[in-house]
Design a protein around this ligand. Sequence first.
Ligand code: ZN
Length: 317
Amino acid sequence: MPDATLPGVHHVTALSGDAQDNLDFYAGVLGLHRVKTTVNFDDPTTHHLYYGDATGRPGTVLTFFPWPQAANGRPGAGMAQAVAFAVPNGSLADWRVRLADRGIDVEAGERLGDPFLHVSGPDGLKIELVPTPDSADAAPWTDGPVPPNLAIRGFHAPTLPVFADDRTVELFTDVFGWSRSGTDGDRLRVQGPGTGVGTAVDLLVRDRHPSGRMGQGTVHHVAFRAPDADAQATWQAALRERGLQVSDVKDRQYFQAIYFRDPDWTSGLLFEIATEGPGVLIDEPEADLGANLQLPSWLEDRRDELERILPSLTPPT
Ligand code: ZN
């Protein structure tokens, strides 16, 4: 095992349709804090929206590339199937009422002995709310529409489809060093060494998974968090040593990222390892998070053009 830790999930990135619909649901209904309004650095004429806890800490951040011209996607092999959020114990009944009041269909389920609610986002992305004991450092957004005793704390375990005959389970347990913390049928929960929210993933281990289609409402990638650039470099070398193709380090302004997808080691899922810092407070104060379009220095000279092209966004009421 490499001499570095990978405490848990950093962020999850998905594709959506209309950006305003996305904002209305994730900030207005689920009460996540829009902590960054920026652009897709690989296609700056489209938005990249970040939602998280009060200050958008790693382990809480769901991001979207709104892609209104794309077709609806269909989850399948190589794509996370559901994004699960931790909500306070005892809050599911109130969540059910809140969602039903807004005409949103809710289904109840149970896994590994715990109840959860399942709802679909505006583009069909599966969202789960799982009651979880509160960690001491929970810092949900309290200026939003959801009262603090309900507010989402961060990620619970996202569900990843994994093939039984490849090495994805081994990647988590033997390479990442995560422990097996529970099973439920063909679902294996693996737990990273971090504390607080966003430290587990559920691997759905099956011989076959249906093929999917990337598009609106599907997860693009799951990022794990490395404490710093040195740890990230250690992981990059360790994965390359095992024969995985790993990208060079990319500057994502709020973190540094490396990416890898491997048919044998990731079941075709796109994974990222992102540094915990510098974080979303690097270019705007906490009180202004998400309110204004933020561009990295290399795109600042295109601001006028991009502000004309990007759809304007109105905070949900
Ligand atoms: Zn990412």
